[in-house]
Design a protein around this ligand. Structure first.
Ligand SMILES: Cc1ncc(COP(=O)(O)O)c(C=O)c1O
Length: 417
C-alpha cells in the first residue's frame, strides 16, 4: 500500500555468519558438528580471535599503571571495551560497569558486597524456582549468613513464574532483594523482569538481573528494565571466557563495601588504614583479564553488527521449528513455555532413556547437546526429573541442524527406547 511505512528487522544471514566461525568448517566423521550447546558457551568468530591476537601482538601491557605508550594503548583497549559494554546495555555511565570473571562472579559480588551489609533477620531475599545456581546459591548463602529468609517465586507446569505468589511473599517480611534471570538457561522462559523490578521497588527492594542467557540473544536495556544490577558473561556471546560484566546503579555501588581486596582497588594504603579507589576500580582488584576484555568488546561489536533484533528473530524461528519437529515424536517430552515466550532453548527427555545416553548417541551422530541438571537443581526437582537433554541455538544455528537432532533422536529411540 502506498504511503505505509513498513519496518522490518533485517534478517540474519546464517550462511554468512557461519563463515566467520572456524570450528563450523571442521568435519567430524565426514560431517560438520551440529553444535547445539550455545547456552553453555558459544563458538568464537574470527573477528574476536583476530582482535585478541592483534591486541596481544601490538597493544599488550598491564593497564592503568604504566606511563609508556604501550601501557596507554593497553588501557585504551581495556577502557574502550568498558564503553562497549556500557553502550550494549544502555547504562548511563562507564563508572557503573565493572569487569568481572563472568556472571557468577558478578552475582557473588552483589550478594556479598551488598547483601552482607544490607540484610538481616526479618528481611526477605526472593529468587525464583527457575534460577541458575549462580543466582541461587550466593543468595541462599548470604541469607543464611545474615539471618534473612530466603523465598522463591514458584513456576507453573509450563515453566512460567506464578506472580500471584508475590502478595504472600510480601506479607512474610521486608523484601530487600529480588534476584531473577531474564531468560532461563534450562527452559528458555523469558521472564517478566520489568514487572518484577517494579514490584521489588514498591517493596523497597533492589532488583538483580541475571542476563547471562538474555544479553547475547535479545536487546537488553538496563534503564528500560528498571533493574539495579545486571550481570552477563562474554563467553556466551561469542567472546572469550574469563570475563563478564556487572552493571550496577551508581548510588548502590558507591555505598557498597569492596568484594575483592588488593591492588588497583585502593586509593591509598597505610599501616593503619586503606581507602578505596573510585568506581568502577573499587571492584576490580588485581590485574584484570585485559585481552579477554578486548575480545569481549569485539564480540559485542560482532553481535551488534548482526543486530540483536535479528538474532532474537532468528532464534524465535528456530525454537518454533524445533518444538514443532519434536512434537512429531510422541516419546519425547519437552519442558517449558510455548515458542512465543521462550528464547532459543529446548529441554526434553526421551521416554525411558537417560539424558546422558541420549547425548552420547547424538554425539555419535555429530550432534552436540548438553545433558544434566544445567545448574538448576531446584527446577529439576519441580519438573520431577533428575536431568534433561538440552538443545540451544545461536547466530550460526540452522534448521538443518535441528533436523539432524530429530534424526538422531529417532536413532536413540530405535537403539534404546
Ligand atoms: C542463567 C545463567 N546464569 C548464570 C550463569 C553462569 O555464567 P558463568 O558460568 O559465565 O559465570 C549461566 C551459565 O551457564 C546461566 O546460564
Amino acid at each position: 500500500m502506498d504511503g505505509m511505512a513498513v519496518t522490518t528487522t533485517p534478517k540474519l544471514d546464517v550462511t554468512r555468519v557461519r563463515a566467520d566461525f572456524p570450528y563450523l568448517e571442521e568435519l567430524s566423521g565426514g560431517k560438520p558438528v551440529a553444535f547445539l550447546d550455545s547456552a553453555a558457551s558459544t563458538q568464537k568468530p574470527r573477528q574476536v580471535l583476530d582482535a585478541m591476537r592483534d591486541f596481544y601482538e601490538h597493544s599488550y601491557a598491564n593497564v592503568h599503571r604504566g606511563v609508556y605508550r604501550l601501557a596507554e594503548r593497553a588501557t585504551e583497549g581495556y577502557e574502550g571495551a568498558r564503553e562497549k559494554v556500557r553502550a550494549f546495555v544502555n547504562a548511563p555511565s562507564t563508572r557503573e560497569v565493572v569487569f568481572t570473571r563472568g556472571t557468577t562472579e558478578a552475582l557473588n559480588l552483589v550478594a556479598y558486597a551488598w547483601g552482607l551489609d544490607n540484610l538481616g533477620p526479618g528481611d526477605v531475599v526472593v529468587i525464583t524456582e527457575l534460577e541458575h545456581h549462580s543466582n541461587f546459591v550466593p543468595w541462599q548463602y548470604v541469607a543464611s549468613r545474615t539471618g534473612a529468609s530466603f523465598r522463591h517465586i514458584p513456576i507453573d507446569d509450563a515453566g512460567e513464574l506464578q506472580l500471584d505468589a508475590l502478595d504472600e511473599i510480601a506479607a512474610s517480611g521486608r523484601v530487600k532483594v529480588v534476584a531473577n534471570n531474564l531468560v532461563s538457561n534450562s527452559l528458555g522462559t523469558v521472564n517478566p523482569v520489568e514487572k518484577l523490578a517494579a514490584w521489588a521497588h514498591e517493596q523497597g527492594a533492589i532488583m538483580v538481573v541475571d542476563a547471562a542467557q538474555a544479553a547475547p540473544h535479545r536487546p537488553v536495556d538496563v534503564q528500560a528494565l528498571g533493574c539495579d544490577f545486571l550481570a552477563f558473561s562474554s563467553h556466551k556471546l561469542c567472546g572469550p571466557s574469563g570475563v563478564g560484566a556487572l552493571w550496577g546503579r551508581r548510588e548502590l555501588l558507591e555505598q557498597m563495601s569492596p568484594f575483592n581486596l588488593g591492588g588497583e582497588m585502593i586509593r591509598s594504603v597505610a599501616l593503619d588504614r586503606t581507602s578505596w579507589n573510585e568506581l568502577p576500580y573499587k571492584f576490580e582488584a588485581g590485574t584484570p583479564a585485559i585481552a579477554e576484555a578486548v575480545g569481549f568488546g569485539a564480540a559485542l561489536d560482532y553481535v551488534s553488527a548482526i543486530g540483536l533484533e535479528a538474532i532474537e528473530q532468528h532464534e524465535h524461528d528456530l525454537v518454533g521449528y524445533a518444538l514443532g519437529r519434536l512434537a512429531e515424536l510422541p516419546w519425547v517430552e519437552t519442558y517449558g513455555p510455548p515458542a512465543e515466550r521462550r528464547a532459543g532453548i529446548v529441554s526434553f527427555n526421551v521416554e525411558g532413556v537417560h539424558p546422558h545416553d541420549v547425548a552420547q548417541i547424538l554425539d555419535w551422530e555429530g550432534v552436540a547437546v548438553r545433558a544434566g541438571h544445567h545448574c538448576t537443581q531446584p527446577l529439576m526437582t519441580r519438573l520431577g526429573v533428575a536431568a534433561t537433554t538440552r538443545a540451544s541455538f545461536y547466530v550460526y544455528t540452522t534448521r538443518d541442524e535441528i533436523d539432524r537432532l530429530v534424526d538422531g533422536l529417532e536413532k536413540v529411540k530405535r537403539q534404546l527406547g
